[in-house]
Design a protein around this ligand. Structure first.
Ligand code: NAP
Length: 290
């Protein structure tokens, strides 16, 4: 039976993953050991002897990635040195390593315009507008050479509650929001898929979102329709947004063909993003989340 070790155990994604795994009776362990501490990493791997590491650790900045602009060494220590160190130690011990990475390494360009083809796993990163994304892009380039590594690119993750890290919570609380189609990761749909891929020892890079793209206004309209009927919001342009944030924000659609094809081998299908959001908000409503 596989033994899983969740890294970054106190994080938001880690908490959701652990809950699903425990409900399924998986042999799951967790740690908060710093990824860049090579000796401590080796010790915990030797002590727990996992077959699979699920790396949910990473420096994401508080309250948001703007923090990384002013704390570059700390960001590199966690997201470059730490992430690579953990992957490397896993390789040495013959452990499969799933990395919860980001798809925020792209932005729409002339060959991938809004409404056009999405970015494929093989496309080079083209978004350097934030230090967080820049480092994540560099690290993925190196990490993809590790034969034990499964890299899952999440974007704007959405949970079934209104946790502050939920993309819906964020955009529902901003004074003003941009309105651009994006790929989003509905955790309810994608986290079980991550367990499936890890268990089957899949490796390589996967765009890890629901298929399609949805705009901020479409998300908020569905939120208003299903969850909070009295909700209102205001828009602003990307130029206006750039005046209130320190780092740029990625806007893009990822191509999910590779992911969908792989999951179909295991009989698992992902709902298109508009359908997935509707289902997500229906679950929220049923759970009394407002
Ligand atoms: N949430 C998003 O919008 C989003 C989108 C795409 C991808 N991702 C990626 O998904 C992963 C999980 O995100 P999340 O939203 O769950 O973030 P989170 O809530 O901030 O959790 C990350 C956890 O990692 C820990 N951590 C940070 N640096 C570490 C290090 N060097 N060694 C060990 N643990 C460390 C943090 O602990 P401390 O607080 O003690 O440092 C925190 O508990 C991250 O890599 C993130 O980049 C997130």
């Amino acid at each position: 039976m596989p033994r899983f070790l969740i890294w970054g155990a106190k994080g938001w994604v880690a908490g959701h993953l652990e809950k699903i795994m425990r409900s399924r009776g998986e042999d799951v362990h967790k740690t908060t050991v710093r990824m860049e501490d090579r000796e401590a990493v080796k010790m915990v791997l030797q002590r727990i002897q996992p077959t699979h590491v699920l790396n949910c650790a990473g420096c994401t900045g508080r309250p948001n990635v703007d923090w990384c602009e002013d704390n570059k060494a700390e960001t590199i220590r966690s997201n470059a040195i730490g992430t690579l160190n953990l992957t490397d130690c896993c390789l040495l011990y013959g452990i499969h390593c799933t990395v919860f990475a980001t798809g925020c390494i792209y932005h729409y360009d002339d060959t991938h315009p809004i409404g056009g083809p999405g970015f494929k796993e093989t496309d080079p990163a083209n978004f350097r507008g934030s230090f967080y994304s820049e480092i994540k892009g560099h690290v993925e380039e190196m990490m993809k050479n590790y034969t034990n590594c499964l890299i899952l690119r999440l974007r704007m993750p959405v949970s079934g509650d209104l946790h502050p890290r939920n993309f819906v919570t964020k955009i529902s609380q901003y004074d003003r929001v941009v309105d651009i189609p994006n790929s989003n990761t509905i955790l309810y749909d994608l986290l079980p898929a991550s367990i499936l891929l890890a268990k089957n020892n899949e490796t390589g890079i996967y765009n890890f979102t629901n298929p399609g793209a949805i705009s901020h206004n479409e998300v908020l309209s569905l939120f208003k329709e299903i969850v909070r009927p009295d909700f209102t919001w205001k828009n602003f342009t990307v130029e206006e947004q750039s005046k209130v944030i320190k780092a740029g924000r990625s806007n893009c659609m990822l191509d999910t063909t590779k992911l969908e094809t792989k999951l179909a081998e295991y009989g698992y299908a992902l709902p298109e993003i508009h359908i997935a959001y509707r289902q997500c908000f229906e679950r929220m409503k049923a759970a009394g989340v407002q």
